[in-house]
Each structure stands twice: as C-alpha cells, then as structure tokens.
Design a protein around this ligand. Structure first.
Ligand code: CUA
Length: 313
C-alpha cells in the first residue's frame, strides 16, 4: 500500500474524506474564479479593443446591481469556506472522551513511541482500527512535525511543551509516517510506518514480545529513584504538596493565580519548579532540567495522573 508511488494518498482515517472534500472544494472555487477572470480579460480585450485611430470610447456609468453581486456572492463563498474549515478544525483539535492514549517523543532523528501498557517502538506506530487514538507529542531537541498523510493529520512537535493530536483509523494496513519539519541533516531519514490493526491483533501485539513495565509502573519507579517520594507524600506530612488527585485540579499558586494542573503544568513543575509554586509551599524543590529525558517525564506524568484516578474512585 505504501510501497508504490501514489498521486493521492489512501483515505485511511475519519478525517481523510472531509479534509479532501474541503481541499477539492477550494481548488474547484479557485479554478472557477480565476478561470472566469481570465475569460473576462480575453473577452473584454477583444470586445473593447480600439478599432480606429480616432475612435473615442463611450462613457460608462457604474451598475449598482452588478457591484453588489460581485461583492455579496464572494462574501458568502468566503464565509462558507470559513465555516466548513472552522468546523473541521474544531473536530480535529478536540479529541473525543476516553481515547487510546499513546505518547511520542521526537528526537534527531527518530520517533520514539510509548504505549501506556509498556510497549515501546521506534519509527513504528501500531494502532487499532475504528478507535480514537490521542497522541501526546514532545520533542527532545528541535521542532519536528508528526505527519501521517493517509490520515490527513499533522502536528508540529515543539521542544519544551506538549502538543496533542488525535485520529481514528478506518483502514487496515501500513501507512507512511513522516517528519514534516526540517530538523537537521538527517531529517529526510526521520520516517516510519503506521500499522493499523484489528482490535484483537492490536491487543495481542500489545502484550506480545518482552513484557516490560507499564508507563505507570515505570513512572512509580522513577518517582522513588529520583527521590520525589521523600517530599511528595500521599498525606500532608511531606515538605511538598501531596500529588494525590492533583491532575486536572485547579490550584492556587503563591502568585495568587489559579492554575489547572495539566500535563504542561506538571512538566514545568518538574523541570522548573520555581516557576509556579503551589500556595502554602516554599520554592525548595530542585530542578530536574537536563537530568531526565522526555520519555521519563511522560512516565512520571502518567504516574501522577494515575494517582488522581485512584483518588476519584
Ligand atoms: Cu524531525 Cu524533520
């Protein structure tokens, strides 16, 4: 499927058709409008050409209906295109509830993928068919861009923050995965494959091979090893705040600001703890900048999120 050259990539996700429909609508409108302008230029050149040396043209007066028509019709066309584009944009940026979460880290020059269950892969991404998959993307170094043409999804991956994207694959098979942002000399080799599998095959694949620890287990291990647990105790006796149920909660900071503890906040608090300190605590936490990889960070955050889920039950 992905081996042969294709002028038009596969339509392999729920976004593929709407994105293409909008794209071809824009092409169609552009061709109609520029074709119309081109034809009008030619026709008017012939029709209103100067026929003799002493010919002087008749005076022309404007036409209000004509001017209104060529203002109002394109206005509605532009609003229509905007509405269709905005609707699709919102659908692409809002992931549905309870997607399959997968984490990807871009680094020169590869994609490292982690599944919460513990499976890891490089330059390959396995996903089940007909299920919403949400990717959380981070970069270890420079800007990369995660691009799956057959799914019509592409998202820039920036160092220092998380970006997310979601899709739902609709076709079994192998599809191209590209880095779509020039990221250094080996940018062109930063390519991979996306494998869309039946749910059952995907589950078998997830548990197959070396059974490593899950991301939560890995995060819990790091949490102890890095010494987080000495200050962040599960009760309030620690020098740092308890992290039970902190994920997704709005907290008051020493600055007086209310901040929701999301992935980006947790990430910042691990790398740059002094940036936003929880009200009632001292800025005494050491930084872990440069000491832990983006992959470890994602494991820690997954672990901290799991503390929240446990507290809700
Ligand atoms: Cu990574 Cu181009």
């Amino acid at each position: 499927m992905s081996s042969e050259f294709q002028l038009h990539p596969d339509l392999a996700s729920t976004f593929a058709l709407p994105v293409d429909a909008l794209y071809f609508l824009l092409i169609f409108l552009s061709v109609i409008i520029s074709g119309g302008i081109f034809i009008a230029i030619v026709v008017f050149c012939v029709k209103y050409r100067r026929r003799s040396e002493d010919e002087s043209p008749k005076e022309i007066h404007g036409s209000l209906p004509l001017e209104l028509a060529w203002s109002i019709i394109p206005m509605f066309m532009a609003i229509g295109v905007f509405a269709l584009g905005a609707d699709l944009y919102f659908r692409m940026y809002r992931s549905p509830a309870d997607p399959i979460e997968i984490y990807a880290v871009g680094k020169q020059w590869m994609w490292k993928i982690q599944h919460p269950e513990g499976k890891r892969e490089i330059n390959e991404l396995h996903v089940p068919i007909n299920q919403a998959v949400r990717l959380t993307l981070a970069s270890e170094d420079v800007i990369h861009s995660f691009f799956i043409p057959a799914f019509r999804v592409k998202r820039d991956v920036l160092p220092g923050r998380y970006t997310t994207m979601w899709f739902e694959a609709t076709q079994i098979g192998e599809f191209h995965l590209f880095c779509a942002e020039y990221c250094g000399t080996q940018h062109s080799t930063m390519i991979g494959k996306v494998f869309v599998m039946e749910e059952e095959d995907y589950q078998n694949w997830l548990v197959g091979g070396v059974s490593g620890e899950s991301m939560i287990e890995a995060g819990a291990r790091q949490f102890k090893q890095l010494g987080c647990a000495t200050c962040h105790k599960s009760d309030t006796s620690g020098r740092g705040p308890s992290l039970e149920g902190i994920f997704g909660r709005a907290e008051k900071m020493t600055s007086g600001e209310d901040i929701v503890a999301d992935e980006d906040y947790l990430r910042e608090s691990i790398l740059n703890p002094q940036a936003k300190v929880l009200n009632g605590f001292k800025p005494i936490m050491p930084t872990f900048q440069g000491q832990i990889s983006e992959e470890t960070l994602l494991q820690l955050i997954t672990y901290i999120k799991s503390l929240g889920e446990a507290a809700e039950e």
